[in-house]
Design a protein around this ligand. Structure first.
Ligand code: NAI
Ligand code: 15L
Length: 264
């Protein structure tokens, strides 16, 4: 690739992916509304509000691929979610269409399906069950990916990321954890396959305890290596196990399912 755009480059995953995906393109264009660390030799910094259509158009121009990590990453008010995740995703796909940028990784979330129960194993054929406005915005993003694929041939992998942190933070994350290295490998595979289409892929490491079945997208050739089980003893020792009827134990989306509608 000549130029790969990473949005949300100032965020948790943006910083980690910037470090791991350097060699994927001649130039990495790093974009965020917030401050980004100074550009390295093959990097460009692009300050951009995803809700600003003209700015997003300029951000996408000249890029061959996008890793879209930018946006509101937790539950928030409708105004915040609408701006960053609805308007932002619309602006992004319109810019892709205009500038023939044809391959996108969309950071969706497990909160698109958060109301499935933890005692169910689901694959990517299930009907979405979002657990809040944030989850609805991720379903919207997956549907925008579908429309822009079917109408215009823009290929997107929507990653329903579980919990991507340095290590799992609680008992639920023993099932949902995605290591940064496994995420980077998945992104590489998505840009390597000759034909991508528009798959939905669950973003979790090779955790022994899992809610998600990726067998329908095995053709991507992604083999996650890490396993949250390595942290179980530490979590058991340092955290009280939640009650059997706590949202964090019952639902795949955990505590998000018990959250209300944020007013501001
Ligand atoms: P983060 O909140 O650390 O990073 C998001 C970045 O987007 C921030 O740097 C923020 O400044 C930027 N941003 C927010 N609103 C913006 C706007 N209007 N215009 C431009 N940039 C804006 O989140 P994180 O953890 O890095 O997640 C990255 C993506 O992955 C997000 O889309 C999130 O929803 C998704 N995801 C992350 C998970 C995780 O466990 N880290 C789990 C599931 C999904
Ligand atoms: C997400 O979608 C969030 O971006 C992240 O901060 C975590 O809350 C994660 O889901 C999770 O469900 O653990």
């Amino acid at each position: 690739m000549k130029r790969l755009l990473i949005t949300g480059a100032a965020g948790n995953l943006g910083i980690e992916m910037r470090a791991r995906l350097q060699d994927m393109a001649d130039t990495l264009r790093l974009a965020d509304i917030g401050a980004i660390d100074a550009a390295g030799p093959n990097e460009e910094i692009h300050q951009c509000d995803l809700g600003d259509a003209a700015a997003v158009d300029a951000m996408v121009e000249g890029c061959d691929g996008i890793v879209h990590l930018g946006g509101q990453s937790t539950e928030a008010s409708w105004a915040t979610i609408r701006h960053a995740n609805f308007d932002g995703v619309y602006n992004l796909y319109e810019a892709c269409r205009k500038h023939a940028c044809n391959r996108v990784v969309f950071a969706s979330s497990n909160h698109a399906i958060g109301f499935y129960r933890q005692d169910q194993v689901i694959d990517n054929s299930v009907y979405p069950r979002p657990d809040g406005l944030y989850g609805v915005s991720k379903v919207f993003g997956e549907m925008m990916a579908s429309v822009y694929h079917d109408k215009f041939g823009i290929e997107t992998a929507s990653l329903r990321i579980g919990s991507s942190f340095p290590e799992p933070r609680n008992h639920r994350m023993l099932s949902t954890w995605l290591s940064f290295d496994d995420l980077a490998q998945l992104i590489r595979r998505i840009f390597d396959v000759p034909r991508l289409g528009c798959p939905v892929i669950y973003g979790a490491s090779a955790n022994t305890a899992t809610f998600w079945d990726n067998s329908r997208t095995a053709w991507i050739g992604w083999s996650p290596r890490d396993n949250a089980e390595a942290f179980r003893a530490k979590i058991d020792a340092t955290m009280e196990k939640p009650a059997a009827d706590a949202p964090d134990v019952v639902y795949q989306g955990g505590g998000f399912t018990a959250d209300g509608i944020h007013q501001e």
